[in-house]
Write a protein of this length. Structure first.
Length: 226
């Protein structure tokens, strides 16, 4: 949180030097303009340097101060009823002052814009992170037999519950799909999947059938029926 605040503050200060100089000049009417410019630029540069120093120093005193203030705020919000009431009142006033529909719409519009931009990018951040997360999950499942067993049990329970609940719909769907099958297409698909096994079955059937036919014919001849 602190890193985000400092980074955005540094960018805002750098982009709004003219505004800061104008506001400073309004308060210091007796100083020349070049002095105002020097002071404002020195102030902005000093803040930006401080932000860089804090970013590169994990043990910086500003970080400790921010952490202490944040922990104090959390503790008061958790344990002081009066502070909780003030925070709740402030929250309601902020929500009341916001055009919530427009605010949410703007957020969703920005999210959608970033998602669409990422989708057409040559190197998608979302795709890479998703692939990395799935790879980590697969590695953890392979390394943890107990986790794999729990996952298998959970999937089986979900499938069983779904079949029991939607059995008729699933049966009707399968029946409709099978009814639409074309006999020639089904035959070709079966032959493609079975392949050499199907040819072996056909050959065996021919040999067995021919042998049985010859035996029957020989029996009929011996009995004088032919």
């Amino acid at each position: 949180m602190l890193d985000q605040i400092l980074r955005r503050l540094g960018v805002w200060l750098d982009l709004n030097r003219a505004l800061i100089k104008r506001k400073f000049g309004q308060q210091s009417t007796f100083t020349p303009r070049f002095v105002d410019t020097y002071i404002v630029n020195a102030f902005v540069d000093g803040i930006i340097d401080l932000i860089g120093e804090v970013a590169q120093t994990p043990d910086h005193e500003l970080r400790h101060g921010f952490d202490a203030a944040l922990h104090e705020f959390i503790a008061r919000l958790r344990f002081e009823p009066g502070f909780q009431a003030k925070a709740e009142t402030l929250k309601r006033e902020i929500l009341r002052g916001l055009d919530l529909d427009r605010f949410v719409g703007a957020i969703w519009g920005e999210i959608k814009r970033q998602l669409l931009a990422d989708a057409v990018a040559e190197t998608s951040v979302i795709e890479s992170q998703l692939v990395e997360a799935l790879q980590r999950l697969a590695a953890e499942i392979q390394a943890d037999r107990a986790l794999a067993d729990r996952l298998n049990a959970g999937i089986s329970a979900v499938v069983e519950a779904g079949v029991l609940r939607f059995g008729r719909q699933v049966s009707a769907l399968i029946e409709e799909v099978v009814r639409r099958w074309d006999a020639r297409d089904v035959t070709e698909k079966i032959e493609f999947e079975v392949g050499s096994d199907l040819q072996f079955i056909r050959l065996n059937g021919t040999i067995v059938g021919g042998t049985v036919g010859l035996l029957l014919q020989a029996g009929l001849v011996l009995l004088g029926l032919r």
